[in-house]
Design a protein around this ligand. Structure first.
Ligand SMILES: Cc1cc2nc3c(=O)[nH]c(=O)nc-3n(C[C@H](O)[C@H](O)[C@H](O)COP(=O)(O)O)c2cc1C
Length: 384
């Protein structure tokens, strides 16, 4: 659509089209949202170095992640409940990512199941795993991901317990959504959303319903998560996951150089520097501010990726200059999905692509592997 020229446009449109309960589920951070805000504020402190009169006529934004070609140094992060932003949201987002030539990650907490998505797309996608107390169920999830030919497993390590998001409690976030007096008008004014969800494959947690008791209707996501997720999760479990998963393994949610080193020792193929988009430990530093020390600690042994606050192609350049090989995005594509389904996700990816292309041109860069700290105007900012 013509009027979407930035990720902010997609956000504003999603706010109009998606019921408040789910829009606020996506945009919120935990507690006072200090870390959520820091993710953005710290990115904006990084100034890019403008260069002129460099021949940039042969620019190429493609790269490789985990040894595979990617059209951009960009991946769609795992997002719970995508199917509540738009009916069949997981399938639509996966199709948009695959058409654009970048990876899509399906969350454990998705609405469409692993099998639903596998049957609806032509190429392999990635699966994100949360480790629950019931290890038999965790093993069965890994086996389902293997059977669906998922090409990488993203193990999320920063959610042993759930950070509180005030708005989810106030909105009574439930799955499937319950129409109550106070949200009936909201839903009634979102007919396109209601239509897409009414005719979607599912309206509850597709990977869990029928496998985990009580998943057909979850009244309190926070309460359920705190009951099921395993607070005893430790590095030993990473070794166990490694032993039952034959493919590429990614550790997501690392925010400290010491943990990054421990992650490398597990033999992980990549680590994602992340604070879960400011949704877990409030008061933790922004992910971008921890990237340089983590990239230095890891060296070239394992790929280092980043997420949190990436909203433009300029942000991609900033993260790459500080040592990320690629970035994941969460909310930008969630807003695209809410604003326009598959076309909205495609638009979000296209916005990143065009902005990165212009940013490469104006910083005098032709290829992704040329990007480094020399592309920053004032070096690495002092974050403290
Ligand atoms: C609505 C929402 C749901 C999320 N669900 C998951 C999830 O199921 N699994 C996971 O590992 N991370 C989840 N995350 C975290 C994202 O994968 C990612 O780390 C984060 O969104 C990156 O920050 P950004 O939204 O600023 O790009 C979620 C984030 C959001 C905003």
């Amino acid at each position: 659509m013509k009027h979407w020229t930035s990720i902010e446009d997609l956000r504003l449109d999603a706010r109009r089209k998606v019921p408040r309960m789910f829009y606020e589920y996506a945009m919120s951070g935990s507690y006072n949202e200090e870390t959520l805000r820091a993710n953005r504020a710290d990115l904006e402190k990084i100034k890019l170095r403008q260069r002129v009169l460099v021949d940039v006529s042969g620019r190429d934004p493609s790269t490789t992640v985990l040894g595979e070609r990617a059209a951009l140094p960009l991946m769609l992060a795992p997002i719970g409940l995508l199917g509540m932003q738009h009916g069949n949201g997981e399938i639509l987002a996966c199709r948009a990512a695959q058409a654009a030539g970048i990876p899509f990650t399906l969350s454990t907490m998705s609405v469409c199941s692993i099998e639903d998505v596998a049957a609806a797309v032509d190429k392999p996608f990635w699966f994100q795993l949360y480790v629950m107390r019931d290890r038999g169920f965790v093993r069965s999830l890994v086996e389902r991901a293997t059977a669906a030919q998922c090409s990488a497993l993203v193990l999320t390590v920063d959610l042993q317990v759930l950070g509180q998001r005030h708005r989810d409690i106030k909105n009574g976030l439930s799955v499937p959504p319950k129409i109550r007096f106070n949200n009936a008008i909201d839903v009634a004014t979102k007919p396109r959303w209601a239509w897409s969800v009414a005719f979607a494959k599912r309206r509850t947690f597709g990977n869990l319903a029928g496998h985990v008791k009580g998943m057909e209707s979850v009244k309190s996501l926070a309460g359920w998560t705190n009951e099921q997720f395993d607070p005893s999760l430790s590095w030993k479990d990473v070794d166990w996951i490694r032993s039952i998963w034959p493919g590429k393994l990614i550790l997501k949610g690392i925010l400290d150089p010491e943990d990054a080193r421990a992650g490398v020792k597990t033999g992980a193929d990549a680590i994602v520097v992340s604070n879960h988009g400011g949704r877990q430990l409030d008061g933790a530093p922004s992910s971008i501010s921890m990237l340089p020390s983590i990239a230095d600690a890891v060296g070239s042994e394992t790929e280092v990726w980043l997420d949190g606050g990436i909203r433009s192609g300029q942000d991609l350049m900033r993260a790459l200059a500080l040592g990320a090989r690629a970035c994941m995005i969460g909310r930008p594509f969630v807003y695209g999905l809410g604003a326009g389904g598959q076309a909205g996700v495609a638009k979000a990816i296209d916005i990143f692509k065009k902005e990165l292309d212009v940013t490469m041109a104006l910083t005098g860069v032709q290829r992704i592997d040329q990007i480094g700290r020399q592309n920053l105007a004032f070096g690495v900012p002092d974050w403290r």
